[in-house]
Design a protein around this ligand. Sequence first.
Ligand code: GAR
Length: 201
Amino acid sequence: MHSLGILLSGRGSNFVAIADSIDAGRIPDARISIVISNRAEAPGIAIARERGLNALVIPSKGRPREEHDHEVVAALKQNQVDLICLAGYMRLLSPWFVRQFPRKILNIHPSLLPAFPGLEAQEQAFAYGVKVSGCTVHFVDEELDHGPIIVQSAVPVLDGDSEHTLTARILEQEHIAYTEAIKVVLEGEFVITGRRLVGNT
Ligand code: GAR
C-alpha cells in the first residue's frame, strides 16, 4: 500500500481530486497518510478533517524556512509517506527538504512549463496572449517549477476567455492530470534520461 503525504496552503481542490481518485479506485493501492497545511485557515485542511484524514497545520508565517521544513519533514517521515504531492502548496521547499525525498515529491503547476513559472501562472499566460496554455505535473527538484515532467495537459485559450474562465478550464485539467501522474509514478514503469521521462514497457 502506497502512503501519500499532501501539502497544501489553500482551497485544496487538487487534494480533493486526488482523494476522490483514491476512493474511486483510479489510483489503486494507495492511501493518504497525512495532509499538512502551512496555513491554519486553509479550506483544504478543513476538508481533510471532515473526511476523517490525518490533518496537521504547521504554520510557516514568520518562521525561518529550514526550521519550518524540518517540522514538515519530521511529520512526513513519522507517517512513512513514500510519495509527497504538493497541491497548491504556496511555499518554496528548501534544498534540504528536497534532498530528504529524492524523486518522491510531485508538484502541479497551472501552465505548460517551462513557460510561466512562479506565481499567477494563468494570469501571466493570459496577459502574454498565448493561444494554448495548460498544466504540468513534475518532480520537484531544487529549482522552482523545474524538475522532470511527468504529465502535461494543454488547454486552448479562447477568444472569449477571461483570466477567470481560462483558470477554471485549466483547473479541470489539473484534477485529471494529477491522478494520471500519481499513477505513472506509483506504477514505476518509466526511466528518466536527462529530463525526459519515458515508459520502459
Ligand atoms: C492550482 O491551480 C495549482 O496548480 C496552483 O495553485 C492552485 C491551487 O488550487 N499551484 C501553483 O501555482 C504552484 N506554483 P487548489 O488549492 O484548489 O488545489
